[in-house]
Design a protein around this ligand. Structure first.
Ligand SMILES: [Zn+2]
Length: 260
């Protein structure tokens, strides 16, 4: 018994060291709200490693920091909510329009730390905020995919499905458009992923197979980058197809912590 305990302790220590080297770290930083000059303490990313690309969120083509709560900033006073990289970079000419929509925004509870508020609640405010900011359909596709991910994480399956259907609808449009900004191979991956998470595995397998047969071509990328993109995507696609076929499915409720 003693020996087992000791082994376990050593194991935990080694694992601890390992994860310390690779940890995602966040640091507090003060931000001034562009709407009302309120001072807010938000988190900024200190470090992360390339391991984030193998977290299960890859099965929805989503990666850190989109998967993490501190990424979604909300001002404690006026409730302006944005991705962390947009908060203090909003176009000045939109401030008045933003003020107007924020007057109707209410939050479910008072909070000290902004991460106390559910991510999905922050995303719902963001949907109103970004409607003012003239985002294109590629932006919205990813936004709905992100929403689907976080609703599912919070156990809100119906809302997750709704958001994923919107992502799928836009992606289907990109696949019909020769001039799509998203490489076709990636759109097939995303389309397949959304179908899988909407319980249409037949459709998912068809799309993932099509993705495998489509050459990776990103506008502005060098031949080398396209070649690496092709190889990387194919590896991911084969893994995805195999997982669906073998029924070792990526779990819908996967979190980064329980990834094995
Ligand atoms: Zn504010």
């Amino acid at each position: 018994m003693k020996r087992v305990f000791r082994l376990t302790a050593v194991f935990a220590l080694v694992l601890g060291l390992f994860s310390n080297t690779l940890a995602i770290t966040w640091f507090p930083k003060e931000f001034t709200c562009p709407i009302d000059n309120e001072k807010n303490t938000f988190m900024v990313v200190g470090s992360y490693g390339s391991y984030i690309y193998s977290y299960p969120s890859k099965y929805q083509w989503l990666f850190f920091p989109l998967t993490d709560s501190p990424t979604y900033y909300i001002c404690k006073k006026c409730h302006l909510t944005t991705f962390m990289w947009d908060f203090d970079k909003l176009p000045k000419e939109k401030i008045n329009a933003l003020k107007k929509i924020l007057t109707d925004v209410k939050v479910s509870k008072n909070f000290t730390k902004y991460t106390e508020l559910p991510i999905s609640e922050r995303l719902e405010i963001m949907e109103k905020v970004y409607a003012v900011l003239d985002q294109d359909e590629y932006w919205w596709e990813r936004f709905h995919r992100v929403k689907g991910y976080h609703y599912a994480q919070e156990g809100k399956t119906e809302k997750a499905a709704e958001a994923r259907k919107k992502s799928l609808e836009l992606t289907t449009g990109f696949l019909k458009n020769d001039k799509s900004k998203t490489p076709q191979k990636m759109s097939f991956y995303i389309s397949g992923a959304m179908k899988h998470f909407l319980s249409d595995d037949k459709g998912a397998l068809e799309d993932l197979q099509k993705a495998l047969e489509t050459k990776y071509q990103e506008e502005g990328a060098t031949a080398e980058e396209n070649k690496n993109g092709e190889a990387g995507m194919n590896e991911r696609l084969k893994d995805y197809i195999e997982r669906i076929k073998s029924e070792k499915k990526p779990r819908l409720m996967d979190t980064q912590d329980d990834y094995r």
